[in-house]
Design a protein around this ligand. Sequence first.
Ligand code: GLC
Length: 556
Amino acid sequence: MKDIKVLFASSEVSPFAKVGGLADVVGALPVELNKDDIDARVILPLYRKIKIKYQDELQFLGWKMVHMGWRSLYAGLFQIEKNGTIFYFVDNEYYFNFDQLYVEYVFDIERYCFFQRAVLDFMGDFMNFEPNVLHCNDWQTGMMPMLLDAHFKKHGYHTNVQTVFTIHNLKYQGVHSIDVVREMLDLPDEYLRDEFCIKDRAINFMKAGIVYSNSVTTVSPTYAYEIMTDYYGEGLNYTLQRYAFKVSGILNGINDLEYNPETDEKIPMKYNIKTYKKGKAACKKSLQEQLSLEVNPGAPLCVMISRLVDQKGLDLLLYVLDEMLYDGMQIVILGTGDPYYERALADTAARNPGKMCACIDFDSGLAHTMYAAADIFLMPSLFEPCGLSQLVSMAYGTVPVVRETGGLKDTVIPYNEFTGEGNGFSFANINAHEFLFVTKYACDLYRNHKDVWDKIVKAGMKGDYSWKKSAGEYAGLYSLITGIPLPEKKETPKPVEAPLSAEGDAEVKKEAPAKKAPAKKPAAKKPTAKKPTAKKAASKKAAAPAKTEKAEDKKD
Ligand code: GLC
């Protein structure tokens, strides 16, 4: 029997419903946790496409009437078991019977209000599963810790459930008028305050998640630090600073069953670190033919696979695209998004036949071939909470050129010509020519210094991007907030040598990191049973959000 039981709630979960990286994370992390000492399950809305595709596997568990203000609405609960993990689905055709996941902003607010209430109503009922951790993800589930408090804990229900709120992207916050949301969620007046869920005279789901959860995580240590600053804080930096004691950053992994060039059925030729030159050359030729690019093995093939939105640094790319093409780079872009970027990229591609291709599409097969075929992966993001594409590209021997932000900074080590270290290239400022020059430098090494290039490619391919390490950090965090110890691991730990200072005070040196930047604080710690104080501290602080935030909040 596993003691720690976690229910993940999310609006997207791979392979059932995906728009972005959120789906990949909530699709893979619980599966990895289940391999170990955690019973992790997932709940998401039953969107129309899931109903059609998985109709034979969906098992009906029960139904309830869920309150939304003056209305009582049907909610059905279904389940599917996949990859050793149980996935629950909330059914209501009025809200979820759409082809797309997100429909229209105001309606989405209502749809996810319903979803959050239904999940809490089903928790422990029909599921035959009472979690001790509710793990919420992004604004669509941000109100749940507060609702848990207002409608359940206050009345003696689910009192042992601790909450984790993971921020995958702070930019999207779920903001709507107080009157409308209060009515749908039956929120008592005492919760409608600036120090809790109100920001700029509206209800902010993201803020409520930060204030009311026992622990807040984000998807890389650097992003955890960045979001406390004015530039990256999206107006919530002061709230995050106020709660810095419970904020930490845990890097995402990638699904190594899906993304492995040695076993990938979607690419023209499989390869590994020893055979990558032959394998990648075959994939490159195949992609050049498929997209009617000039079949030229020596041209640096630079690709980008992304949602086409400003966050991804497309303005920088557009500014120097002509210069890149002039320099002899071949460019392939895959993705959909903002019509402005779709059109601008398609226009440049039309002017440069044989050199550039803009695939305004969502095509997983093509994406895999691009990861395998390319020489360079471009990711000039303005901000990037974690980013998964740079990890996939490194696993496929494609060298990333990234801006030094968020998870990109944490995972891409820029090539250092003096030490020979590095698995990619990076630039610091939001400056198109800085991006261009670094990319040109990479191309020069690719063309003229094959031995150096080989080293960089291999450094990327050797990296461990699996979920194993991160899952261990999440497990440590669950243990910290619930006070439930994790079973001892059998492997013999390597002795840690404490560095001696000039005075030889090894003890002091060893203790120091625990008090360092809050962003890296609790995640990696695995507390023992003798330290339940951590739990009490965490839950107490979170359950009683500070009353002194008003002044600070004005700055948000
Ligand atoms: C969001 C972020 C991305 C992150 C992903 C998964 O899509 O923009 O950086 O990798 O969530 O956490």
